[in-house]
Design a binder for this molecule. Structure first.
Ligand code: SF4
Length: 227
């Protein structure tokens, strides 16, 4: 493996700039070998100048039977994300904390709510796990069967437009971000396959809580520095 490490390191740009999320190129080479980084995490390897080098590194990894990490890409926006956020074990969807902008507070645990997340065109249905004043912790359970007026849930409360405050789930593939990192992620099951951004406020093992959710994806919204 030392040879693979050396050969990859020889090919990396050598700028030691940290834009890949690792302080130096040798740390990045190590992360590639350990399956903790994707080749594209080094922004230079995506440029025309280093296109052949990126291909050579991909071949070196393949030859060493190391599976290269692939970054997920949003369906609707075609943007690259850092990871897919999966539900906690045994749960149907990632947990979401939502805040109804209508000020609705008459919602209780176990009830189904209908809402539209701010910035998302799709009406959601969700089961309330916890109701704490104006903050609801929910699991997504629809929309399709509810729009048809059929299905398991007959009653629901319409809480209108909601600000999505947080997501909680697990990072099954790739590097688990550190607390304080700004990340791009795709919540598993997101009906638009849309890249979301947010700030990691808790990371225990591979379980993370991400707050300050935004559907606008800014260039700087990533744990990796912009080169
Ligand atoms: S972004 Fe590329 S050049 Fe910069 S430290 Fe990482 S591997 Fe090296």
């Amino acid at each position: 493996m030392d040879d693979v490490f050396r050969e990859i390191l020889e090919r990396l740009p050598g700028f030691n700039c940290g834009a890949c999320g690792h302080d130096r190129c040798d740390e990045f080479a190590e992360a590639l070998i350990e399956g903790r980084a994707a080749i594209e995490d080094c922004p230079y390897l995506k440029s025309e100048r280093f296109k052949d080098v990126a291909e050579e590194i991909r071949e070196l990894l393949e030859k060493a039977e190391i599976e290269a990490v692939e970054r997920p890409v949003g369906i609707i926006d075609g943007l690259e994300a850092d990871f897919v956020l999966s539900p906690l074990p045994g749960e149907p969807s990632c947990r979401e904390d939502i805040h109804p902008l209508t000020g609705t507070t008459n919602v209780e645990e176990g009830e189904i709510v209908r809402y539209r997340p701010l910035g998302c065109p799709i009406t959601h249905f969700a089961e309330v796990l916890k109701a704490d004043g104006g903050l609801l912790t929910v699991h997504i359970v629809g929309p399709l069967h509810r729009i048809e007026g059929e299905g398991e849930y007959e009653d629901f409360k319409d809480v209108g437009l909601c600000f999505v405050v947080a997501f909680e789930g697990i990072v099954e593939e790739g590097r688990v971000p550190d607390v304080g990192e700004t990340v791009r992620f795709i919540p598993e099951g997101c009906m638009m396959g849309k890249v979301h951004t947010g700030v990691v406020v808790e990371a225990v093992g591979n379980k993370v809580r991400i707050e300050y959710i935004d559907l606008k994806v800014w260039e700087h919204a990533t744990g990796r520095k912009v080169a």
